[in-house]
Write a protein that binds this ligand. Structure first.
Ligand SMILES: Nc1nc2c(c(=O)[nH]1)N[C@H]1C(S)=C(S)[C@@H](COP(=O)(O)OP(=O)(O)OC[C@H]3O[C@@H](n4cnc5c(N)ncnc54)[C@H](O)[C@@H]3O)O[C@H]1N2
Ligand code: MOO
Length: 395
């Protein structure tokens, strides 16, 4: 059986990236579809990095006072430097033509109309405290590459180069289908002991609601009926780029998901992985590159399975170049000595920087332990101990 990374990679190879591109004003969290190119040099001219005095090196002496002959302020064209004297300059202002360096004002003694250099200024070298035109980027060069998920940091870069409206990939449209006769919505009456509330619908909707590059089209519930399930899945595949199902994926008489996925044209890439929880998980792709993930019905398995498998695959479809889960590692406190011969997705609670403790769990139906976790760590088969282990946070 494939390990999680292999399973994800193999399925990812069969998926299509969403094509439509939109010009978006509010592009934060979306995926950039075209490179952003600098519309001019950055900085656009040689500018001062400090508040102080624009000088020629020849002026540098701790013996004499030097006249202040002008002022260069940010937002204004610089004055020209006179043959004898320095120019008061502010951070971000363009340095005058003949300026060779900027001396910080705290390295001078200032009096009316003149300054004297302190000893601390005497080591000033040519170019000190000057940011050169184009040193961050030359006009015409690529400053952001297509495929990044746009963050506040990218927004600053885009704004600086006048790229406020950029093209982004359309969000990946996802439909969620929960299954099972026992699962329902019980607004007024309490569920009977043989019924349960649809927690998978909530946890998966919550995971899908976080990225701006996903559009959660619909959540529907299908009873354990072949025809209804086939019809529901066919409609979902028409309306969406990806479909996530929960339940009905293992060995029970009413577990129709694998059969129906094949019937509607899904090519199953894996069904059953050496993981706990969530061993019966199914991953498939249609001929036109749509994703179908069949998650086990047990709530801990469904939530972890969606997070660990479906989310990176959706990220791939969204156009992100860096779509694999690059998660940090944590050390476990009180890891115990238990091992299992499977990739173990173990619920944990983060308790300090880089430190987590296991959450006691009675298994994949234990929704109380799920609610006490901040995420899970992944241990390879047979491993035990404090790690470090990759840590997957819920958010
Ligand atoms: N003979 C075997 N039986 C089972 C195996 C196996 O390998 N051989 N695997 C077990 C494992 S591991 C899991 S996980 C489950 C997965 O089963 P299914 O995907 O077929 O899920 P269901 O049987 O439909 O449901 C399992 C469990 O989860 C509850 N459930 C289902 N949907 C929801 C929902 N939307 N919200 C909350 N809870 C849900 C359901 O009531 C069941 O209790 O199979 C084992 N069996
Ligand atoms: O894979 Mo199941 O989630 O162990 O119960």
């Amino acid at each position: 059986m494939k390990n999680p990374a292999e399973a994800i990679r193999e399925l990812a190879n069969q998926l299509a990236v969403v094509k439509a591109r939109l010009n978006a004003d509010d592009c934060t969290g979306r995926v950039l579809a075209d490179d952003v190119v600098a519309d001019r040099d950055s900085p656009a001219a040689d500018v001062s990095a400090m508040d102080g005095y624009a000088i020629r090196l020849a002026d540098l002496s701790d013996q004499n006072t030097v006249a202040v002959t002008g002022e260069a302020a940010a937002g204004e064209k610089p004055p020209s430097m006179q043959s004898d004297g320095v120019v008061r300059i502010f951070t971000g202002a363009i340095v005058p033509d003949q300026c060779e360096a900027v001396v910080k004002r705290e390295d001078t003694e200032e009096s009316d109309g003149s300054i004297r250099f302190r000893q601390s200024a005497m080591q000033t070298q040519a170019g000190d405290n000057i940011r050169r035109a184009g040193e961050n980027a030359k006009g015409g060069s690529t400053v952001l590459s297509a495929g990044v998920r746009i963050t506040a940091a990218h927004r600053a870069t885009m704004a600086n180069f006048g790229a406020d409206r950029v093209s982004v990939f359309a969000p990946v449209r996802v439909t969620v289908i929960t299954t099972g006769d026992e699962v329902g919505k019980f607004d007024d009456a309490a569920p009977q002991p043989w019924q349960l509330r649809n927690s998978n619908q909530s946890s998966i909707a919550s995971l899908l609601s976080q990225p701006a590059w996903i559009k959660h089209v619909a959540s529907v519930h299908a009873v354990d009926d072949r025809e209804q399930l086939a019809q529901t899945l066919t409609t979902a595949l028409t309306d969406s780029d990806a479909v996530i199902l929960t339940g009905g994926v293992s060995m029970g008489d009413y577990d129709y998901v694998p059969e129906i996925v094949r019937q509607v044209g899904g090519e199953v890439v894996f069904h059953g992985l050496p993981v706990r929880p969530g061993k019966p998980i199914l991953g498939a792709a249609t001929a036109d590159g749509k994703l179908i993930v069949g998650l086990p019905g047990n709530p801990v398995s469904a939530t972890i399975g969606c997070h660990r498998f479906a989310m990176p695959l959706l990220a791939k479809m969204s156009g992100q170049k860096n779509w694999r889960s690059n998660c940090p590692v944590v050390h476990l406190s009180n890891a115990g000595s238990k091992t299992i011969p499977l990739h173990w997705m173990r619920l944990v609670r983060l308790i300090d920087h880089g430190v987590a403790e296991p959450v006691q769990s009675l298994g994949s139906g234990d929704l109380v332990s799920l609610g006490q976790s901040t995420g899970y760590v992944e241990l390879p088969p047979g491993e035990t101990g404090n790690g470090p282990w990759p840590y997957y946070a819920w958010s």
